[in-house]
Design a protein around this ligand. Structure first.
Ligand SMILES: [N-]=[N+]=N[C@]1([C@H](N)O)O[C@H](CO)[C@@H](O)[C@H](O)[C@H]1O
Length: 852
């Protein structure tokens, strides 16, 4: 290997590094160099892990060139940049995404083959960067991919958790959480920026002093505890462009590593206590989805992250613009991903007034121009409220500023709506309750120039429910909508290369340019009556189902037949997402099949006349403290134990729970679904984004009229989706009826409940709360109201899917189901996260793509 072509010195490193993307020789030379120098190993004991590390370092070298050039270009062009503040970035794996965006996958694949490695095996070595819980975190990841791919100047700011979302094991049907130590073999995609260390303070007290120059009074915050925020950068490559933005994640470090005095005093514990306390701030991600923890460490995480990010942003601005604060809002836009970063509003006001000496009103005018806030849920338990005592103790100066912001705001409201005390109480940032607390959503709205929801129905709902008083105070224009989207690079090209290739072929687009112009998928409609095309389309789906069946076998040891209907529901486990409705329907199906069999009806007759063969595939994590969600996971697994081991059933029905659902598993499950469930109680799922991923991969949807299902239906056509259930506008009424007239349990649902209570799925006491919650406690999520409608929707869709049993020439299946699959994909262009970013850029951030 050391005989490989020597470096061409006059071309210098730049050429060489970039050369690895297109030249096998250059790749192999760099690969060997990293094995021998970076990893200090040699090619004779280079296993897949070493091959992964050497390949990552090789690709990273090339990426860094684009990254450095991009930073330089953006600094020279000095255009407006957006900073996306998110406490979660659910990035998944980086390597394949980098190879695709740098258009270097084929070169890397063939180079590795020559070196004796298989790219797929090398890719498997990478742990997921699982720095998020679900949709909100993954949306942020798709957004930074689109910011780069659409040539915008945009950075993400977050936390570099040592432990991401917990790993999920299923033991005896129960979820068991284990720590996700993802940095076990360090992370080749991370560039530690030890030179960037920003001090962040907590606790302490505030006193007034006078500015020696101006004599003006000013507030001093002192006597607190200080930690350091150290930057770790992750280059974000764009697709088919050199534009490579940055994702900066902060690590917490102690101001001084070690307290020698205490050590010498033999108090070893205390000598490292400060270090441990500091580092604990960024050690672990809070595993709650749509639910606020209210823990002090979570608040410390939020302030640590926003303070470091804002000081970093202000430092960079001052480098180019000194104290020309009038330019600040023209140069910088900051998006708040939910209320988690809301303290950024208060911190920027503090920096301007306390540190830079601006007048309050001047500062506030800039602050409100800079910030915009995205709301992701109407669920009251997810709306953050921090007790005033806790906030005042941790951040005394910030509490003062919040009071001042609120005072000025309420004064304006009072002027507009004199005497309307109730309104004042409802919009006040301070909730006069026990405990007295700060309403973070209210503060985010008051401190932002734009507020958006994440799907049309949701954006309307927040204006008519949780934020209706703010619409009254600020007017409609402050409230807008940007419907979510997904990056087609990861969720089509990377997850489903065969389908992406067929599309590129049919669109005569060898460079896959349709991936950054997803509307061109529409052209696929012209092939919808081409049986050869439909057969190729369906065989790709079949191959993806085989891959999913292998994953299921590997992770659960359950055999599923890829010729049956793959009916999938994968997402965080939550009562509002109604996995309980799905498993109740599966139980009903099983009971009916058993009845028919006991009446002597043959399996074949059942398949033809009653129930087609299907595999019901579940996956998703429950927040560790969420009892009901864990009960649902347990029920799904226990039903699976019974059904899958029932000799009468065979492949007529299988029930599977895929453990440890994450981004990498989603990349296998999404292309392998025939049908996916998005069956939340109407008005509860703000948008959903897995619905878009399944539809873009040719899966059909069974869903409620909720979140983005509404716009997916508009785009692909009602005939290509299976909608059911009560509408959002009747939810309140139905809940009222449940309370005052009782819950009506239909005969079908009663059958299910008595089966569960009979103990066939294990000790019925385990499910008592789940059933009683529906039967006796108001059935808040309307399971009883939608159950039979759900069953009817299934009956309808099974007639469409047909009993085709994998026969590729079953034209009935091709003309009914596969045609809908093609039309679904053909009309999913709107749901590219590129369209989202263009809308944010135009309506909220007022930024333009960089000139190339
Ligand atoms: N938090 N939060 N909200 C969510 C998801 N759970 O992360 O944000 C997602 C991203 O906006 C939405 O798609 C989803 O409906 C909503 O529930």
């Amino acid at each position: 290997y050391s005989q490989l072509k020597v470096l061409d010195s006059n071309k210098g490193t730049t050429q060489t590094n970039q050369g690895v993307l297109t030249s096998k020789d250059a790749f192999e030379e760099s690969f060997v160099r990293h094995v021998e120098t970076t990893l200090a190993r040699n090619m004779y004991n280079c296993d897949n892990l070493a091959a992964y590390q050497a390949t990552s370092n090789t690709i990273r070298d090339a990426l860094l060139i684009d990254w450095a050039n991009t930073q330089q270009k953006q600094t020279i062009q000095d255009g407006k940049r957006v900073y996306y503040l998110s406490l979660e970035f659910l990035m998944g794996r980086a390597m394949d995404n980098a190879l695709i965006n740098l258009n270097s996958r084929d070169n890397t694949k063939s180079s590795l083959t020559e070196l004796g490695f298989n790219l797929e095996d090398v890719l498997e070595q990478e742990p997921d960067a699982a720095l998020g819980n679900g949709g909100l975190g993954r949306l942020a990841a798709c957004f930074v991919d689109s910011l780069s791919s659409k040539n915008y100047s945009g950075w993400g700011y977050g936390l570099n958790y040592q432990y991401g979302i917990f790993k999920q094991k299923i033991v005896d049907g129960y979820q068991i959480e284990t720590p996700d130590y993802w940095l076990k073999y360090s992370n080749p995609w991370e560039i530690m920026r030890n030179e960037i260390q920003i001090p962040v303070d907590f606790y302490g007290y505030v006193y007034e002093d006078h500015d020696p120059n101006t004599g003006k009074a000013k507030k001093i915050w002192a006597g607190g505890e200080r930690v350091l925020a150290v930057a770790a950068d992750f280059p974000i490559p764009g697709f088919n462009t050199d534009n490579t933005n940055n994702l900066r994640l902060w690590n917490a470090k102690p101001t001084n590593e070690f307290d020698f005095t205490k050590f010498n005093a033999g108090d070893y514990q205390q000598s490292v206590a400060a270090q441990q306390r500091a580092e604990s701030i960024t050690s672990v991600l809070y595993p709650n989805d749509n639910f606020e923890s209210g823990k002090e460490l979570r608040l410390k995480q939020q302030y640590f992250w926003v303070s470091a990010s804002l000081h970093d942003i202000v430092r960079r601005f001052k480098k180019n613009h000194k104290n020309n604060w009038n330019k600040f809002a023209d140069q910088i836009a900051i998006q708040l991903n939910d209320t988690h970063p809301t303290l950024a509003i208060v911190e920027l006001q503090r920096i301007f007034v306390d540190l830079e000496g601006l007048e309050w009103d001047k500062a506030w005018e800039i602050v409100t121009k800079v910030f915009a806030y995205t709301n992701h849920t109407v669920m009251s338990e997810a709306l953050e409220k921090w007790p005033v005592d806790l906030l005042g103790r941790l951040l005394p100066r910030h509490l003062e500023i919040i009071y001042d912001i609120n005072f000025n705001f309420l004064s304006d409201v009072e002027k507009k709506f004199p005497g309307d005390r109730d309104l004042l109480g409802r919009v006040s940032v301070i909730e006069e309750n026990h405990p007295k607390s700060v309403r973070m959503a209210s503060l985010a709205i008051v401190g932002s120039h734009k507020v958006n929801g994440v799907a049309e129905l949701h954006s309307e709902l927040i204006k008519t429910t949780i934020f209706k008083d703010f619409v009254k105070v600020f007017g409609k224009d402050k409230f807008t909508n940007v419907t979510n989207g997904i990056t087609p690079r990861r969720w089509l090209r990377q997850a489903n290369p065969k389908l992406a290739a067929l599309i590129a072929e049919k669109l005569n687009d060898p460079n896959y340019e349709y991936l950054t112009n997803l509307g061109s998928l529409k052209k696929l409609e012209q092939f919808v009556n081409d049986d050869e095309f439909l057969k190729r389309w369906d065989s790709i789906k079949f191959d993806n189902k085989v891959k999913l069946a292998n994953l299921i076998k590997e992770t659960t040891n359950i055999e599923v037949d890829p010729t049956v209907l793959f009916d999938v529901q994968v997402k965080r486990i939550h009562e509002y997402k109604r996995q309980q409705l799905n498993i109740f329907a599966v139980i009903y199906r099983y009971l009916r099949i058993k009845e028919l069999l006991s009446q002597g009806v043959s399996v074949e007759e059942i398949k033809l006349k009653h129930y087609i063969s299907k595999a019901s595939i579940f996956g998703g994590k429950a927040a560790p403290g969420y009892y009901m969600a864990k009960t649902i996971i347990h029920l799904i697994n226990k039903v699976g134990d019974v059904v899958n081991n029932d000799p009468e059933i065979g492949n007529l029905l299988k029930v599977v729970f895929v453990p440890d659902y994450n981004v990498s598993k989603a990349e296998i499950i999404t292309p392998g679904s025939d049908l996916s469930n998005h069956i939340s109680t109407a008005g509860t799922e703000a948008s959903g984004t897995s619905n878009m991923k399944f539809a873009l991969n040719g899966g059909l949807i069974i869903g409620t009229v909720d979140g983005a299902n509404v716009e997916i239906t508009r785009e692909i056509g009602e005939e290509n989706i299976f909608l059911f259930g009560n509408l959002a506008e009747s939810v309140e009424e139905l809940r009222h009826k449940h309370i005052f007239e009782g819950v009506h349990i239909s005969e079908t649902l009663a059958k299910v409940f008595s089966a569960i209570e009979s103990g066939i799925f294990g000790n019925p006491d385990e499910y008592r709360a789940l059933i009683d919650g529906i039967r006796y406690h108001g059935d808040y999520y309307l399971v009883s109201d939608d159950f039979d409608l759900f069953l009817q929707a299934h009956t309808k869709l099974e007639k469409v899917f047909g009993h085709h049993g994998g026969d590729a020439n079953d034209t009935d299946h091709l003309h009914k189901w596969v045609k809908k699959s093609v039309l679904s994909v053909a009309n999913m262009g709107f749901f590219s996260s590129d369209r989202c970013i263009d809308e944010y850029a135009e309506d909220i951030w007022n930024i333009e793509p960089l000139s190339q």
